[in-house]
Design a protein around this ligand. Structure first.
Ligand code: S3P
Length: 174
């Protein structure tokens, strides 16, 4: 069984993914990290030096070739939204959309130290940042909502993590 976590930048895919993997005794991987290791560049450097299309192709190539079992995979926020990747994602295991509203996402991204190329230029302008996030989220939710499980991911607690484990097991055992 594999679990694939999708959702907007800043929704907590990586930190929740690690916790979920531990709880379910699965291995954890983060696609951005894999790409950074393979390319020997940060995601930000790849966008700047090789362009977004190149990065999107790397995501699709990786998803198309993934043959692992018993993984929690944290994907990049844009991974499901290009090249019919959502179809591939759903063929690899149980997909979970970690849903969060645009206001909370904006707060989290505004305070984040991580460089994210798509929002870097709005990073110091919160009103503009929220507009960009609202626009992008609206477009992306059409892809995210194709996930097998949609999970509201704000205020994560131990109890909420347990309920996510239950939902994922339920979907996976059908
Ligand atoms: C992106 C999200 C990032 C990273 C890249 C592009 C996106 O990952 O893949 O900066 O298009 O939303 P996170 O969702 O982990 O920030």
């Amino acid at each position: 069984m594999n679990i694939l976590l999708i959702g907007f930048m800043g929704c907590g895919k990586t930190s929740l993914g690690k916790k979920l993997a531990k709880k379910m005794d699965l291995k954890f991987i983060d696609l951005d990290k894999i790409i950074e290791q393979d390319e020997q560049l940060s995601v930000d450097e790849i966008f700047n030096s090789k362009g977004e299309d190149y990065f999107r192709q790397l995501e699709t190539n990786w998803l198309s070739n993934f043959e692992g079992e018993n993984y929690v995979v944290s994907l990049g926020g844009g991974s499901p939204c290009f090249n019919d990747n959502m179809g591939i994602i759903n063929s690899l295991g149980t997909s979970v959309y970690l849903q969060m509203n645009s206001g909370l996402l904006t707060d989290r991204l505004f305070h984040s130290k991580q460089k994210r190329p798509l929002i870097e230029k709005f990073k110091n302008d919160k009103p503009r940042l929220i507009l960009e996030i609202e626009k992008l989220l609206k477009h992306r939710e059409t892809f995210y909502k194709k996930a097998n499980v949609i999970f509201e991911a704000s205020n994560m607690s131990a109890a909420k993590l347990n309920s996510l484990v239950g939902l994922v097991k339920n979907k996976t055992n059908r």
